[in-house]
Ligand binder design. Structure first.
Ligand SMILES: Cc1cc2nc3c(=O)[nH]c(=O)nc-3n(C[C@H](O)[C@H](O)[C@H](O)COP(=O)(O)OP(=O)(O)OC[C@H]3O[C@@H](n4cnc5c(N)ncnc54)[C@H](O)[C@@H]3O)c2cc1C
Length: 402
C-alpha cells in the first residue's frame, strides 16, 4: 500500500502511548505508510510520562497467567528482553493480578527501535493542534513543533492521545468522566532510591507510619494499606503508588493544583519512610513522573460503548477484535480502588465499533479513548489492552486507507 497521491500518509497516529504504538505497528504490518506524532520527547505514554511501571492486561487473572494479548505487543516485549528486562508474568502481592514490570529507560529505547524496524515515521516534540474535516471524514491535521506549524494529509487517523485531543479538535462530541461528569482520581506514582534492599519492606510499619502522619501531615493519604509497591527492574528503587487526588474537572487550574500537591506529598512521604520505616534510613526521592498520572478525562463518541455488563459476563462476540482481561479497577474514590473480576472465560471481546468514531468514517480510537461506559473503562484503559485495541485500530485504519 502507498499513500494516495493527494495524501502524505495512509495513517496518522496521534499519541505515542501503548495505544498509539499498537496502532502504528498494526497499520505498518498491514502495509500502510504511517506517521506517529507525540508531544513529549519520548514514547511510552503513561509508562514513561507518569511512572506507571507495569503492563497490566496481558494476562487473564487466576492461579496461572493465561495470555490475553499478543500480536504486536510481543514485538515490544521481545525488544525489552533484548534490553535486559525479563518481562515474565509477575503476580502482584497487593492485588493478586498478573503484571509485567517495567523500567522506563528501557521502554523508551525499545519503542524507538521497534517503530524504526517497522518503517514508522515518528515525530517527537510535536503536538496535534488542529484538524480539518468534511461532514463525514477527517482530511488533515495541523502539527505544531519547534519550527512552527504544518498541515499533513492522510487517508485515516487514529486518536491515541489518551485524552481524546484529536477527537476534541475534530469537533466530535465527548463525554467528560462518567455519566455524572465524575472523574477517576489522579495519582502520583514515585520512585524511591537509597533503600537497603537486604531489609524486606515492612508494610505494617508503613501503615503505622502513615496513620501517624495523617494526624498532622499536610497531604494525608487516603490509602490505608501502605499503597502499592514493587521493585523497579534492574535498579534497587522501590516503585510506590501512595498519593491519590480527586480531580474535580479538566481545568488547567485543577491540574496545576494536582501536580503541585503530588510533588509536595512525594517529598513528605519519603521523609516519613526515612524517619519511621526500617531499611529506609538513607532513602531519597529518586523520581516523580514528568507529569501526574491521569486515569480519566474525555471519552469521544464511539459507534459502540463496551459495558460493565459485557465484562462481568465475559461476553464473546464474532466482531471482537481485542480482548479485555483486566478486572474492572475503579478509582472513583481517591485512594480506595474497587476491583471486580471479568466473568465467563476470564475475558470479554471488544468489538471493532468501540474503535470507530460515531459519524466520522476515517477516525479510529486506540487505548483509553475507545468507547466504554464507566465500568468498562475501568478495565480497558490498562496498557496491555491498549496495545491490543491499538493494533486492531491500526489494521482497520490501514484497510480503510487502501
Ligand atoms: C496512576 C496510574 C496508574 C496506572 N497503573 C497502571 C498499571 O499499573 N498498568 C497498566 O497497564 N495501566 C495502568 N494505568 C492505566 C494506563 O497507564 C493508561 O490508561 C494507558 O497508559 C493508556 O494508554 P494510551 O496509549 O491510551 O494513553 P497514554 O498512555 O495516556 O498515551 C497517550 C499519549 O498521547 C500523547 N498526546 C496527548 N495529546 C497529544 C497531542 N495533542 N499531540 C501529540 N501527542 C499527544 C501523550 O503525550 C501520551 O504520550 C494507570 C494509570 C494511572 C494514571
Amino acid at each position: 500500500m502507498s499513500a494516495k497521491p493527494e495524501s502524505d500518509y495512509d495513517v496518522i497516529v496521534c499519541g505515542g502511548g501503548a495505544g498509539g504504538i499498537g496502532a502504528a505497528l498494526g497499520a505498518a504490518q498491514a502495509g500502510a505508510r504511517v506517521l506517529l506524532v507525540e508531544k513529549y520527547g519520548f514514547l511510552g505514554g503513561a509508562a514513561t510520562t507518569s511512572n506507571v511501571l507495569a503492563y497490566c492486561g496481558f494476562f487473564q487473572q487466576g492461579p496461572d497467567p493465561i495470555k490475553a494479548v499478543g500480536g504486536v505487543a510481543d514485538l515490544v516485549l521481545d525488544e525489552l528482553r533484548r534490553l535486559g528486562l525479563d518481562c515474565a508474568p509477575f503476580c502482584s502481592p497487593t492485588t493478586q493480578n498478573w503484571i509485567i514490570l517495567l523500567e522506563p529507560e528501557a521502554v523508551k529505547l525499545a519503542l524507538d527501535r521497534v517503530l524504526a524496524a517497522h518503517g514508522v515515521t515518528v515525530l517527537l516534540h510535536t503536538r496535534v493542534a488542529a484538524a480539518t474535516r468534511t461532514a463525514e471524514r477527517l482530511q488533515s491535521v495541523t502539527l505544531a513543533g519547534m519550527d512552527g506549524r504544518r498541515r499533513v494529509v492522510a487517508e485515516s487517523f487514529i486518536d491515541a492521545t489518551g485524552d481524546a485531543n484529536l477527537s476534541l479538535i475534530a469537533g466530535l462530541p465527548c463525554r467528560t468522566g462518567n455519566d455524572m461528569g465524575h472523574l477517576q482520581a489522579v495519582s502520583g506514582p514515585i520512585r524511591v532510591g537509597g533503600l537497603d534492599t537486604s531489609v524486606p519492606i515492612d508494610r505494617t510499619a508503613i501503615i503505622e507510619a502513615f496513620r501517624e502522619y495523617n494526624k498532622t501531615g499536610a497531604y494525608p493519604t487516603a490509602r490505608e494499606d501502605g499503597g502499592i509497591f514493587t521493585q523497579v527492574p534492574r535498579t534497587g528503587d522501590m516503585w510506590w503508588m501512595m498519593y491519590d487526588h480527586a480531580l474535580p474537572d479538566l481545568s488547567s487550574e485543577s491540574f496545576t493544583r494536582a501536580e503541585q500537591a503530588a510533588r509536595a506529598a512525594a517529598q513528605d512521604y519519603v521523609e516519613v519512610l526515612r524517619n519511621r520505616v526500617p531499611g529506609f534510613e538513607n532513602a531519597y526521592l529518586s523520581q516523580t513522573g514528568p507529569q501526574i498520572g491521569i486515569r480519566e478525562s474525555r471519552h469521544p463518541a464511539a459507534r459502540y460503548e463496551l459495558t460493565g455488563e459485557d465484562l462481568l459476563t465475559g461476553r464473546q462476540r464474532p466482531d471482537g477484535v481485542a480482548k479485555a482481561a483486566w478486572p474492572i479497577e475503579d478509582h472513583a474514590v481517591a485512594g480506595k480502588p474497587v476491583y471486580r473480576p471479568i466473568g465467563g472465560d476470564g475475558y470479554a471481546d471488544i468489538p471493532l465499533d468501540c474503535l470507530r468514531a460515531k459519524g466520522l468514517d476515517n477516525l479510529y480510537f486506540a487505548g483509553r479513548t475507545i468507547g466504554a461506559d464507566a465500568a468498562a473503562y475501568a478495565s480497558i484503559r490498562v496498557m496491555g489492552t491498549a496495545f491490543a485495541t491499538g493494533e486492531a485500530a491500526g489494521r482497520a485504519a490501514a484497510r480503510n486507507a487502501a
